[in-house]
Design a protein around this ligand. Structure first.
Ligand SMILES: Nc1nc2c(c(=O)[nH]1)N[C@H]1C(S)=C(S)[C@@H](COP(=O)(O)OP(=O)(O)OC[C@H]3O[C@@H](n4cnc5c(=O)[nH]c(N)nc54)[C@H](O)[C@@H]3O)O[C@H]1N2
Ligand SMILES: Nc1nc2c(c(=O)[nH]1)N[C@H]1C(S)=C(S)[C@@H](COP(=O)(O)OP(=O)(O)OC[C@H]3O[C@@H](n4cnc5c(=O)[nH]c(N)nc54)[C@H](O)[C@@H]3O)O[C@H]1N2
Ligand SMILES: [Mo]
Length: 809
């Protein structure tokens, strides 16, 4: 198959390589490492007289949670132009500026061109070029040696999300440690998991239903940057007259399109939500019928023991992990009978409020206990804590409770990245539960966008499985703990730069990485962690492959098969072939698909019969179509069932009272300051500024850093309010030093009136090589509080929970 996509009569890839090699001197370190400049890749294609031109439909990056189909003009086996796909229905037809400028990215100077071996110190970034054979053997030898000396659990293999979206075989084949709990994007979900079920942060209804809502609250979510393509649904809602409220310390793009912007103080959203709950209870705006029918708030609780009156004796552990049989059925106070009855008994009329003595023990309903808990939280306190006025909180509560269906669309960035995010998620769950804004059109909560929820009809694809004995293991210590807790890891292999993207407090992380016996990375670009690797392997981009086809994906309402690939640039290889080369060192490559074509054919085999949504989608028909077919029923009219009758908790009800957190006193979401980012923190004397990070439309995390157009205008810079800038004599374009006790970095500064005084903002992240010194991850917070280990998803990395100082460099 290889080569059939590039039958050129003109200049071949090989001759380009030779031609561009002449300019190798321009790159300094990179040239010493055997790299050539990529300048030559752009102009000759345009100038070529007999250019061979064709169109290919390729799949774009996934980690902005879309994965667009892209129409690419390929000239002389090089991507020359990228446009929105014409194979996609009008409503899903999209492209963003990252897609449209891919040409600048694919052929960027940061591409890793050949396998490299480190020759300097770790972190120095000095390499020599080596052969694939030698590189693969060096990695395999290091892994085998560690396995022999220290056991299988000494080897760590982890893929960055973008690098692992299509498959992740090799780590499982060698039973490596995968880094345990993710520690990302599960902060609020830690609070909603027990209430509505583990994966309730993925909405059970569709984003296209935004138009059915009366109100949408964007809670620390900035879809106009973090979900550009999905934000179409928000704009549809705006056009339909839906009232949109954005809660964000910054005046974001999303705030600018909203009816209201609430500039909350960083890390205090739980106080805002608790203020709303307080108003709703005081005013009697709750939905009593919904509460009685669908929530745990009518359960009886033994006041002294803090334990729900159930048919089982033991305290209920995390309800997300147990069944009704294990914990016993809850009782309510039956008003008809005047005695406790099983909630599940027919004809029971549960009391909402009250306290009764049963067998000498005092019992109250959860609702009564909730009111007692809330007694500590006045509206005045809420307003003072979160920085939003009492009047505004009360008006929002009114709108949310009394004005028709409402949606809370929370971000997994922003407020999720503080140590108190579970308190926010739990509070939001209670707000939703008492108002009944769930399980009906135009109502719900969660992280809308990204097909994580029920945005488009489900599409069934077969999963390529390895024999059962081949599976990742975990040493019991998650990656975020590895720099701090004793662990068996000696050797690491990452696909993508997981170490500097996914871990905070980079000085700690990288000190740990330096202490390892061996570290290898497979990446497309010279990302930040590359400098620390012993061996670097060049992966090819999403636009390149040894064969004609590559990724098969179900995304954004369509099934797409990337086809018409460009040959891998330089000496890069596809991830599949890299995994196969590694697997071959263990004689296990036969367990992997030989080609992307084999994988895609397998994934599609028989799905037409299995799933009515997949009707008409076969490998052949996909190729005939150009590479993209709609899943049946996709489009803005799609409405999933998404009801309230199947809450996957032991009781089948929305659980508001978290018995399992009694040891921490968190049965209800007791308000808690963030770890570092709070007003009364004495540390503010030294480091007075909140340092928030977030997504930018110009990058997916660090990816696209290498795009020259973006680099020229949107390199690493810190945003600061005019007030804070003036106090420090800073103007836009100045160089600054940002620092705290964990570390520092130097880069440019932008004075930006969209920020409130006291708050800095920076887009995460950019490769270290573009900073003047260090990078933002040097200052971010890696604290893991004790309670977090009891939560469903474990501790969350609190990047935003960070205080810093800034000065002119
Ligand atoms: N372009 C682009 N899109 C992406 C990604 C990307 O890298 N680039 N990454 C994807 C991923 S992995 C994720 S998790 C999602 C995340 O999607 P979002 O959650 O929308 O992402 P963020 O920009 O991190 O955070 C959202 C907002 O939270 C605000 N914020 C910070 N602290 C607080 C706070 O205490 N309270 C409130 N209310 N707001 C606060 C920030 O100012 C920011 O505007 O985006 C996805 N989409
Ligand atoms: N300070 C701070 N840090 C943060 C955040 C924050 O808000 N603040 N947000 C966090 C969030 S929400 C998340 S989800 C994580 C994301 O962290 P990751 O999951 O690690 O990020 P990705 O962007 O998915 O992965 C990008 C890496 O994979 C490489 N790559 C891309 N495509 C491929 C491929 O096809 N093959 C191979 N081999 N490599 C590839 C890229 O070059 C890059 O090194 O970052 C977190 N980091
Ligand atoms: Mo994320």
């Amino acid at each position: 198959m290889s080569g059939t996509s590039s039958p050129h009569s003109g200049l071949s890839r090989r001759s380009f390589l030779k031609a561009s090699g002449a300019a190798a001197g321009a790159l300094g370190l990179a040239a010493a490492a055997g790299m050539t400049t990529t300048d030559g890749w752009l102009s000759p294609a345009e100038a070529h007289a007999e250019a061979e031109e064709r169109v290919a439909h390729l799949c774009h990056q996934f980690h902005c949670l879309t994965g667009c189909n892209l129409k690419c003009t390929i000239r002389d086996d090089r991507v020359a132009m990228v446009e929105p796909s014409d194979l996609v229905d009008e409503h899903h037809r999209t492209i963003c500026l990252r897609g449209i400028s891919e040409v600048q990215h694919i052929y960027a100077q940061d591409r890793i061109q050949t396998p490299l071996r480190r020759v300097g110190e770790r972190g120095e970034g000095k390499f020599e070029q080596i052969s694939w054979e030698e590189a693969i053997k060096t990695i395999a030898d290091a892994i085998k040696e560690a396995q022999k000396k220290y056991g299988e659990e000494s080897v760590f293999v982890r893929k960055s999300t973008e690098a692992g979206i299509d498959f992740d075989f090799f780590g499982a084949l060698i039973k490596a440690d995968s880094g345990g709990e993710w520690g990302l994007d599960r902060g609020q979900p830690n609070g909603t998991a027990c209430a509505f079920g583990p994966f309730s942060y993925c909405p059970n209804r569709s984003i296209w239903e935004f138009t059915d809502a009366s109100t949408i609250i964007e809670l620390g979510h900035n879809p106009l940057e973090s979900g550009i393509v999905w934000s179409r649904a928000l704009m549809d809602a705006k056009e339909a007259g839906v009232h949109i409220v954005t809660v964000d310390p910054r005046f974001t793009g999303t705030a600018s399109k909203s009816d209201e912007w609430l500039p909350v103080r960083p890390g205090t959203d739980a106080a805002l939500i608790q203020g709303m709950i307080r108003v709703i209870l005081d005013e009697g705006w709750y939905d009593e019928e919904f509460i009685k029918e669908n929530t745990s708030l009518v359960h009886l609780v033994d006041r002294a023991a803090g334990k729900t009156y159930r048919s089982a004796e033991a305290m209920c552990p995390n309800p997300a992990v147990v069944s009704l049989e294990e914990v016993g059925a809850p009782h309510v106070w039956d008003e008809a009978a005047g005695e406790p009855r099983l909630y599940s008994e027919s004809g029971v009329q549960p009391a909402l409020e009250g306290t009764w003595v049963i067998d000498g023990k005092e019992y109250s309903t959860e609702f009564t206990l909730m009111k007692e808990w809330l007694a500590d939280y006045s509206l005045e306190w809420a307003a003072e804590t979160c920085g939003i006025s009492q009047k505004t909180i009360a008006a929002l509560a009114d709108r949310y409770a009394n004005n028709g269906p409402a949606i809370i669309d929370f971000g997994l960035g922003g407020p999720d990245k503080y140590t108190n995010a579970d308190v926010l998620g739990h509070s939001t769950s209670i707000l939703v539960a008492i108002t009944g804004n769930y399980g009906k059109p135009g109502a719900g909560f969660g992280f809308y966008h990204g097909g994580l929820g029920a945005d488009d009809p489900a599409a069934t694809l077969n999963a390529w499985a390895l024999p059962e004995e081949y599976a990742y293991t975990t040493c019991g210590i998650s990656m975020y703990d590895m720099p701090y807790k004793e662990n068996p890891i000696r050797v690491a292999l990452t696909f993508g730069d997981a170490f500097t993207l996914q871990a905070a407090a980079a000085n700690d992380t990288l000190a740990w990485v330096k202490s390892l016996d061996f570290f290898a990375i497979v990446d497309i670009y010279h990302s930040s962690a590359v400098d620390y690797a012993d061996i670097v392997l060049p992966a090819c981009s999403k636009f390149e492959c040894e064969e004609n086809v590559k990724a098969l994906r179900a995304s954004y309402g369509h099934v797409m098969l990337a086809n018409g690939m460009v040959q891998p640039l330089f000496e890069s290889k596809s991830d599949l072939q890299i995994e196969r080369l590694l697997a071959a060192e263990w004689g296990l490559e036969h367990l992997l698909p030989e080609t992307y074509e084999e994988l895609a054919r397998f994934m599609l085999d028989g799905v037409e019969e299995l799933d009515p949504n997949m009707k008409g989608i076969t490998y052949e028909k996909l190729l005939e179509s150009g590479g993209c077919l709609p899943v049946a029923g996709a489009g803005p009219d799609y409405r999933p069932d998404g009801g309230v009758d199947e809450i996957p908790t032991p009781s089948g009800k929305i659980e508001c009272y978290f018995e399992y957190l009694s040891d921490f006193g968190h049965q209800f979401p007791v308000y808690e300051d963030a770890n570092e980012a709070y007003e009364a923190n004495p540390l503010k004397e030294q480091y007075p500024l909140y340092f928030m990070q977030g997504k930018t439309r110009y990058r997916i995390h660090a990816y696209y850093t290498s795009n020259q157009w973006f680099q020229e205008n949107f390199g690493p810079y810190v945003n600061i309010s005019p007030e804070d800038a003036e106090a420090r004599g800073l103007s836009t374009g100045d160089k600054v030093r940002v620092f705290n006790s964990r570390g520092e970095f130097k880069c440019g500064v932008h004075v930006n009136p969209s920020l409130q005084p006291g708050v800095l903002f920076m887009a995460e992240t950019t490769y270290t090589r573009y900073y003047d010194e260090g990078f933002l991850q040097n200052v971010t917070n890696s604290a893991r509080i004790e309670r977090a280990y009891s939560l469903y998803f474990g501790p969350q990395i609190p990047y935003n929970d960070t205080l810093v100082q800034i000065e002119k460099a």
